[in-house]
Ligand binder design. Structure first.
Ligand code: FAD
Length: 378
């Protein structure tokens, strides 16, 4: 019986736990920093068919369709006048059982938690250090206890402290000079994913269930000083939130000010580079492995894919994990950066040219297959 320590109970760690739960040859424990997982927030998440396929393997298809939404199109809209530029039929990447899905993040987390016995999640614990004792890893935790494991899987997100401990150097993500503003939007009715593009910002609205609840997420270019970034209170300050919202509201025909609820802001951080930390039987998944800019909505889907690849690798005693991942990470990363750039064009001339290109490319099968199909179908 192999023992696995999973550090971090986010999408990647919990998905991996679901896979291990079905294995007789593995036992696992999850170590989570927070005292409690957030299971109530109503914010959304988009999952493309690559991750839906993997989620369906562990029973996601049994979730009530009422708690999910299956958008068929992605609309590209000029935020200033609400004119639709073009759309992509994303349902063409679906098959009979796997559909592009939008939902509440908490619906996903609750689903992932269903199969995991409560006692396997240890809260309020962080990794402190690791030593090798023969073939085993001797893991020391913040509660001053230690335990032997065969594998350590690090899934503690973009700010992974465990990564620095294991690599024995300080590894930090970089601020992407952007801030996310998220909330729930009322008085909106459209079953698609709609991307509203503006000058130095874009926002995306999509349904999170069949109950006419919609998620709003905006990415706004904003440079902040180190001092501002460390000021957690600033991100909760109502004046700061209202100034971000005011900025988008001024440049959008939608009345966001009156219709947005539960707004929250946070800075966007991404990985500086893909670092392979070669330590025997220690692996990184999800954002701890690599965090992308969010404009391609692939972070969670990639986290699920990574955990699945790693599971196959350790189960079959292979060592292909990083080799296969590097290619995919590069492909997703440049697409995410390109989207971020294209969605935010400031110059009206460049935006005009972008719109012409978008109209052409979104109807070009070869382009769609290469830009989206390669990511969604794997
Ligand atoms: C604005 C925005 C919108 C996004 N929208 C989408 C989307 O629509 N679709 C999509 O696919 N992706 C999206 N993403 C990306 C996605 O949310 C992440 O890629 C995904 O959640 C990463 O999962 P994870 O398990 O690696 O990390 P996380 O979900 O961050 O989980 C990490 C866990 O580890 C815990 N932890 C942290 N430090 C420690 C420690 N030292 N010890 C123990 N535990 C620790 C944390 O408390 C947390 O529970 C978005 C990201 C952003 C910023």
């Amino acid at each position: 019986m192999k023992k696995v320590a999973i550090i971090g109970a986010g999408v990647s760690g919990l998905y991996l736990a679901n896979l291990l739960e079905k294995e007789k040859d593995f036992e696992y424990k999850i170590f989570e920093k927070r005292t409690k997982l957030n299971l109530e927030e109503g914010y959304g998440i988009q999952l493309s068919v690559n991750s839906i396929k993997l989620l369906n393997k562990i029973g996601f298809k049994n979730l009530s369709a009422h708690d999910l939404s299956y958008p068929k199109r992605v609309n590209f809209i000029d935020a200033k006048n609400n004119n639709k530029i073009c759309d992509i039929d994303i349902s063409k990447f679906n098959d009979e059982t796997n559909f592009y899905t939008t939902l509440k993040r908490t619906t996903l987390i609750n689903f992932l938690l269903e199969a995991i016995p409560e006692k396997k999640i240890n809260h309020n614990i962080e990794l402190k250090s690791i030593g090798y004792d023969g073939e085993k890893l001797n893991v020391y935790f913040s509660n001053n206890e230690n335990e032997f494991f065969d594998y350590i899987i690090v899934s503690d997100g973009v700010f992974s402290n465990s990564k620095s401990i294991i690599a024995e150097k300080h590894i930090t993500p970089k601020f992407y000079k952007s801030v996310a503003l998220r909330g729930n939007i009322k008085n909106y009715d459209n079953p698609d994913v709609s991307i509203f593009m503006g000058s130095n910002f874009h926002f995306v609205i999509y349904p999170v269930n069949q109950n006419k609840e919609y998620n709003f997420i905006s990415i706004i270019r904003k440079n902040l000083s180190e001092h501002q970034l460390s000021d957690k209170k600033m991100f909760e300050n109502d004046d700061f939130l209202q100034s971000l919202l005011g900025n988008i509201n001024q440049n959008s025909i939608l009345d966001l000010k009156s219709n947005l609820e539960n707004i929250k802001a946070f800075p966007i951080y991404v990985s500086k580079k893909f670092e392979i930390i070669n330590k025997k039987n220690i692996f990184f998944v999800g954002d701890a492995l690599f965090a992308f800019p969010p404009s391609f909505a692939q972070g969670a889907s990639q986290s699920i894919e990574t955990s699945n690849d790693l599971y196959e690798d350790i189960k079959n005693n292979n060592s292909r994990f990083y080799k296969d991942r590097i290619k995919k990470i590069n492909s997703v990363n440049w697409r995410s950066k390109l989207n971020h750039f294209a969605f935010h064009l400031k110059s009206p001339l460049f935006a005009f040219i972008r719109n012409i290109c978008l109209r052409y490319l979104t109807k070009n099968e070869k382009f769609l297959e290469s830009y989206l199909g390669k990511i969604y179908r794997n």
